[in-house]
Write a protein that binds this ligand. Structure first.
Ligand code: DX5
Length: 232
């Protein structure tokens, strides 16, 4: 049994106030977030349109937190360089958007960024079996991508467990992230299945007590479900 990895909480800016993104990034850092996720959507791969690289670049100086770009786009290999230049240290591409996933992951690493692979709900864990040597994170989507505030798809938990088993068997340093409908009622199920990185948008921004309380509660619930000690 491998030592459980630390829990990471990664707010999605998709639920932020778009008129104040720089200040929202600073507030999420103050709230104790580990990284920030930018949900990049091109209106083709998913039916929504969001952040171009210049928007992310404008926010880079407002926080010291690492940025990850979740590229929900039809042509990730064509756009990857722009998002690295904008300040994203981790690029997540969808297996479903990459005819040459092995080559695209190598291209992202050659740009100096870490490489993640996202799996839509209908895509099996086997889609990453041949590229774990080029992967720094596997993202198991727990909603169909395109919008925040959707319902968590609990039937993804066996897939999370399968990806966990594949990562552990590989012996490689690979994070397992989940994204979509993650909140106080669902985070423990995803954590117990094997996730160690948790993306949350509406559960962080929609919390009356503020983002710090939301981040702290998600971290506490996930750590308890994974049997991970929290630093005092
Ligand atoms: C879907 C997006 C959302 C977002 C999180 O394409 O990727 O999952 O990050 O949204 P919530 O936490 O509101 O489900």
């Amino acid at each position: 049994m491998t030592t459980p990895r630390p829990v990471r909480i990664v707010p999605s800016t998709l639920s932020a106030d778009f008129s104040r993104l720089g200040a929202e990034c600073a507030a999420l850092e103050a709230a104790g977030a580990d990284r920030l996720q930018w949900d990049v959507m091109d209106g083709v791969f998913v039916p929504n349109l969001t952040f171009g690289p210049d928007v992310i670049a404008a926010c880079r100086s407002h926080t010291s937190l690492p940025f990850e770009a979740h590229l929900m786009v039809q042509t990730p290999e064509a756009l990857a360089g722009r998002y690295v230049e904008a300040g994203c240290g981790l690029l997540i591409v969808h297996a479903e958007a990459c005819v040459h996933l092995h080559r695209t992951l190598g291209q992202i690493r050659a740009l100096g960024a870490a490489a993640g692979v996202a799996l839509n709900p209908s895509t099996p864990a086997a889609a990453v079996a041949e590229v774990l040597d080029l992967t720094d994170m596997v993202l198991v989507m727990t909603v169909n991508p395109g919008f925040g505030g959707q319902k968590y798809i609990a039937t993804m938990e066996p897939k999370i467990a399968e990806v966990r088993r594949m990562i552990d068997q590989s012996g490689r340093d690979i994070d397992l992230e989940v994204d979509g409908g993650i909140g106080p009622a669902t985070v423990a199920g995803a954590a117990a299945a094997g996730a160690d990185v948790f993306v949350a948008g509406s559960a962080v921004f929609g919390r009356p007590e503020g983002p710090a309380a939301a981040v702290a509660e998600l971290r506490r619930l996930a750590a308890a479900a994974r049997g991970v000690e929290l630093c005092p």
